[in-house]
Design a protein around this ligand. Structure first.
Ligand code: NAP
Length: 288
């Protein structure tokens, strides 16, 4: 199996690690805007070497794991360059704009739009880890627009990486992901900013930071180069989630000002059901 990974960072590099482990005969070549990342990826044995655009026509699978603004630019060109039987999958954290840009491409049936819900706050090939995708969900959008035999090829690979599959349309994906991923990142970035601005003496932050602060602010270490285009492409949904979040913050503040501690208790008690939700326990019983 010939694989070309375009963007050999956290996601592309982690895919490379797992593919090498599950398919020992695989050959993996990389393309990347960063020469340093390509060199590092060869040194780490994530890839066997560097691919050129010419070699795309020989690839069985092309994995596109670059920032979402770059996907929108590069994907049509990659589809132009592949062979008739090549499968192209992306890993972009937004889906509407990416699916829109290739909707009328003559090779649309060679492309499968994916978003693996797996990652960390680190980037580049040195951040790549094994088993990143094991037990995680892969959201596939507009599956019916991909040739059936290429869907099968993709599903067999995702299954070997241990991924669960959810099918969704791109608009629903972008709306839902704005709440669970994009808003979480903004909330973490702004918590970090608020504390940094207040506590100019960083030693105090460091000394007093407990595991609660550290885990809540973890996502604020994420790459601005990756996140700015995500917020840009999903702006409308993100603004809507921010409006709701700000309303909740304002309401909480007002309860404090009003000494409404019973209200505050109830608010937190109601929100505690997140424990059960995250464990997958259904919440349709109102008495729970
Ligand atoms: P990453 O670690 O920063 O890797 C991306 C790589 O692509 C970098 O080496 C980058 O080089 C390179 N690149 C940028 N523009 C390029 C272009 N036009 N052509 C070729 N290479 C280019 O990013 P990542 O975290 O793996 O994310 C990759 C994709 O997966 C993104 O679309 C992201 O939305 C999605 N995703 C990320 C996560 C996560 O948690 N990180 C989870 C799920 C999905 P430079 O560093 O020099 O720009």
């Amino acid at each position: 199996m010939n694989v070309i990974i375009v963007g050999i960072g956290l996601i592309g590099g982690s895919m490379a690690r797992d593919l090498r482990c599950k398919y020992p005969e695989v050959s993996i070549y990389g393309m990347d805007a960063s020469a340093a990342h390509l060199e590092e990826a060869v040194r780490l044995q994530l890839i066997d070497g560097i691919a050129t655009a010419k070699e795309l026509s020989e690839a069985d699978i092309v994995i596109v794991s670059i920032p979402v603004d770059a996907i929108v630019q590069e994907l049509p060109k990659l589809l132009d360059a592949i062979g008739d039987d090549s499968l192209v999958i992306d890993a972009g954290s937004t889906k509407s704009e990416i699916c829109r840009i290739v909707a009328d491409h003559p090779r649309r049936r060679n492309f499968l739009a994916c978003h693996p819900i797996a990652g960390t706050e680190f980037s580049g090939p040195t951040a790549a880890v094994s088993e990143l995708f094991s037990g995680k969900t892969n959201i596939i959008c507009d599956v019916e627009k991909t040739a059936f035999k290429l869907q099968e090829r993709a599903l067999s690979i995702f299954s070997s990486l241990g991924m669960r599959i959810r099918y969704m349309n791109p608009e629903a994906h972008d709306k839902h992901i704005a709440y669970v991923s994009h808003l979480s990142h903004i909330s973490s970035f702004m918590l970090g900013k608020t504390v940094i601005e207040k506590e100019k003496n960083e030693r105090d932050i460091f000394d007093m930071a407990g595991s609660g602060f550290e885990s809540t602010v973890r996502l604020a270490k994420s790459s601005p180069a990756m996140w700015t285009p995500i917020f840009e492409q999903n702006k409308e949904n993100v603004v809507e989630t921010l409006d709701e979040y700000i309303q909740n913050l304002e309401a909480f503040k007002q309860k404090l000002i009003d000494n409404n501690f019973e209200g505050i208790y109830k608010e937190m008690d109601n929100t505690n059901k997140i424990k059960a939700i995250l464990k997958g326990i259904p919440q349709n019983n109102k008495d729970r």
